[in-house]
Write a protein that binds this ligand. Sequence first.
Ligand SMILES: NC(=O)C1=CN([C@@H]2O[C@H](COP(=O)(O)OP(=O)(O)OC[C@H]3O[C@@H](n4cnc5c(N)ncnc54)[C@H](O)[C@@H]3O)[C@@H](O)[C@H]2O)C=CC1
Ligand SMILES: CCCCCC(=O)CC\C=C/C=C/C=C/[C@@H](O)[C@@H](O)CCCC(=O)O
Length: 257
Amino acid sequence: MALNGKTAVVTGAALGIGRAITEILVKNGAKVALLDVNEAEAKTLKKALDKQYGQENTLFVKCDVESEEQIKAALQTTADTFGGIDIVCNNAGILNEGEWEKTVSINLLGVIRVTYLVLKHMNKLSGGRGGVVVNTASMAGLGPFLTCPAYSATKHGVVGFTRSMALASIVSDYGIRFNAVCPGFVQTDLMDNIPNNLGQFSHLADIEKEMVEKMGTIHPSVVAECVLELVTDERKNGDHLLVKSNQKSYVTFPEVL
Ligand SMILES: NC(=O)C1=CN([C@@H]2O[C@H](COP(=O)(O)OP(=O)(O)OC[C@H]3O[C@@H](n4cnc5c(N)ncnc54)[C@H](O)[C@@H]3O)[C@@H](O)[C@H]2O)C=CC1
Ligand SMILES: CCCCCC(=O)CC\C=C/C=C/C=C/[C@@H](O)[C@@H](O)CCCC(=O)O
């Protein structure tokens, strides 16, 4: 998929991985709607992108992925502004074991909310152009993550949802591909804030540090390059790209039937 003329929606676009995804998509010719709750940072990013690529190529819509109404409005504004939606990057997420229900609501339910609401805009059966959805899961969605059990559960849910939507889309002939990127530790605010967000598992903070030291960290731009691969390679559907500090690999899942 060439990105020229394509429209992308990125949730959690203002900072970290979402900012890197936004930048690489705009750089490669897409028009991008930045959805985030952090208005100040999103507007700072848009201002920088306007200067480099022109203000007509991005749109900021304040949107909390916990709110169906805000998601509906943001998707409609995007479609009205750019003429349709071809790409969705469900990236918004938090890690807070002390507020685990909010973590579930944003990381898992937010991905489901946006996906289900964007189908009417993208689904070829309802006049859409088809396209691709790339969800930001995590390495913590592929195995146990003892310091953050609820967070890990949300990411396992994103993996299962992505794999299921990929198959549902094929059978339903939606014309939409569904993939996920599964990063290890990435140098963002989310990582920086970990010590304060382990909740009842704060006694495991040292184990967390050991894991980071052992596995190393990744720059957000490396994750964004993997997302670009999942967006542009039209052979990819139901694929999960695992990104560690020194390598990337496609995950193979056990056959269960
Ligand atoms: N940093 C890491 O080590 C890893 C992060 N991830 C995932 O990557 C995604 C992005 O995380 P980071 O860039 O690290 O975090 P970050 O904290 O740097 O950026 C997250 C962005 O999402 C926005 N956001 C938070 N709640 C929101 C909501 N309810 N609605 C809309 N926007 C919201 C924030 O304002 C922020 O701009 C998350 O889903 C996270 O779980 C996955 C693997 C590793
Ligand atoms: C504390 C910072 C968390 C940042 C948020 C993340 O999502 C980072 C996740 C980073 C590491 C997760 C490691 C999980 C390791 C085990 O589950 C392992 O079994 C995963 C196996 C994946 C594989 O190699 O196939």
